[in-house]
Design a binder for this molecule. Structure first.
Ligand SMILES: Cc1ncc(COP(=O)(O)O)c(C=O)c1O
Length: 453
């Protein structure tokens, strides 16, 4: 699952005790394990090897350039959803043809940068030749396109700039991913993509564009998707569409399956990479042999379990009725998933009372099978009742100054953090064996306030 484990009653990240990291770098602190990132990527690559996919790690899940670089060095491409993320991909050293660019609201400046390279929007219009030369090296691999007006806009900009590019139409296969409503994206009422019938009309209208070659399909049904069935249903529908399009003279060369593979927020919560692959690979093996190329966009399955959030207990408050409030320095501003989606994160002291003789449950779960626990809300310093990391959670005794670890916080943790209540952003640290380095320094209050100076 990951390289965060208790040894003799202390939490270790690879070869470094979590408490040492908290003492050295302060809290709240995001800690990533390089070995975990690499292990998750490698397992996905091995599981799907028969399809020879381009695995485009979803930047949005954990955006730090150093995290992206670890994966790019492993052979990953990157899935970006904004001009900012395309720039992160560049800084991570990702060859631009390995970048896919999705998102329903791409601006003209973002599209130009993705077409022609960062800063190209400021080149004069007559600098077309220079732009086209630059584009060879800096153009992203695939625009994932969500609507007719977006297609027209990208095609227009490509024509005006004299730069050819490729597009995938995002389709909406109308399957239920059985996940939170906020992260269900493949149903027909979703703002993403177009339905299958509309996709046919889309190809008939735009499938022969000279500047924006439409020869790919993209889908992302939601996340996390804890069953393989919705993928199977979505892929079957999509293969039907590919055959229909072939009959009309349109060849789909690339199929981007999106992301959404689950992570172990609880021990063994999610299917493994191999389980997803066992359901998906047989559907696509022959198509790949026939020339179809496959893209995957996993985020959380790579990054979620690769990160923990360390928070220090500021106060323990008796809430009456036997409930305690554990008030820490991390809250909804540091990790918004519990407040936004009601998400579960396993939380446990980095050095629980009981030390080497026990005090650590065998499984990460909301109801640990240990004596001496009592119900707690783990909350932050933010002035909102939604500011919690866990509610009614059975936890052992903790005291002011203790460090708590919030597990599986690598995905949609730091990348969704905010400065609400004028709280500076936390630091991020990468652990590699028994070494740890800062990969994003803690935001200083002066930096936070600088734009208002
Ligand atoms: C288009 C697309 N691809 C990939 C992902 C990554 O999802 P996950 O991190 O669950 O794998 C998302 C997440 O929202 C997405 O919208």
């Amino acid at each position: 699952m990951d390289h965060f484990e208790y040894r003799n009653g202390r939490l270790w990240c690879e070869g470094v005790p979590a408490e040492d990291l908290a003492a050295r770098f302060g809290t709240p602190l995001y800690v990533y394990s390089r070995a975990t990132l690499e292990g998750h990527y490698d397992r996905l690559a091995a599981a799907f090897a028969d399809l020879r996919p381009l695995i485009c790690y979803s930047i949005k899940s954990c955006s730090n350039v150093h995290v992206c670089r670890v994966l790019v060095e492993r052979g990953a491409g990157l899935d970006a959803v904004s001009g900012g993320e395309v720039e992160r991909a560049r800084r991570a050293g990702c060859p631009m043809e390995r970048v896919v660019y999705a998102g329903v609201g791409k601006t003209d400046a973002e599209i130009e940068d993705a077409l022609c390279g960062m800063g190209s929007a400021s080149l004069p219009a007559h600098g077309q030749a220079a732009r086209a030369r630059l584009a060879h090296a800096t153009r992203i691999g695939l625009f994932n396109i969500e609507s007719e007006p977006e297609f027209e806009n990208i095609a227009r900009l490509a024509r005006e700039r004299g730069v050819r590019c490729r597009g995938a139409l995002r389709i909406n296969p109308d399957v239920d991913p059985k996940t939170h409503a906020y992260t269900s994206t493949g149903r027909k009422e979703s703002k993403f993509g177009v339905g299958i019938a509309r996709a046919v009309r889309f190809f008939e209208r735009y499938g022969r564009d000279e500047w924006l070659t439409l020869d790919a399909l993209h889908l992302h049904i939601g996340s996390p998707v804890y069953e393989t069935g919705p993928y199977v249903e979505a892929i079957r529908k999509t293969l039907g569409l590919i055959d229909d399009l072939a009959g009309r003279g349109f060849t789909v060369r690339t199929l981007d399956l999106g992301g959404g593979f689950g992570a172990d927020y609880e021990t063994e919560r999610s299917p493994r990479a191999a389980d997803y692959a066992a359901a998906i690979v047989p559907l696509l093996r022959e198509r790949v042999a026939g020339g179809l190329s496959i893209i995957l966009e996993p985020g959380r399955q790579i990054s979620a379990n690769a990160g923990v959030l360390l928070t220090k207990v500021l106060y323990v408050k008796d809430g009456g009725g036997g409930k305690r409030f554990i008030i820490g320095d991390a809250g909804m501003h540091t990790l918004i998933r519990p407040a936004l989606y009601g998400s579960f994160h396993f939380i446990w002291p980095a050095s629980p009372a009981g030390g080497a003789s026990g005090g650590v449950p065998a499984r990460r779960t909301g109801v640990p099978d240990l004596p001496g626990l009592s119900p707690c809300d783990v909350v932050g310093p933010i002035c909102e009742s939604a500011d919690f990391l866990a509610k009614d959670r059975m936890l052992p005794p903790v005291s002011r100054g203790d460090v708590l670890a919030v597990f599986a916080a690598g995905a949609y943790g730091m990348s969704m953090a905010s400065t609400y209540n004028t709280q500076p952003l936390p630091a991020e640290v990468m652990v590699e064996g028994d070494a740890a380095r800062v990969i994003r320094r803690r935001q200083a209050l002066d930096e936070l306030l600088a734009p208002e100076a």
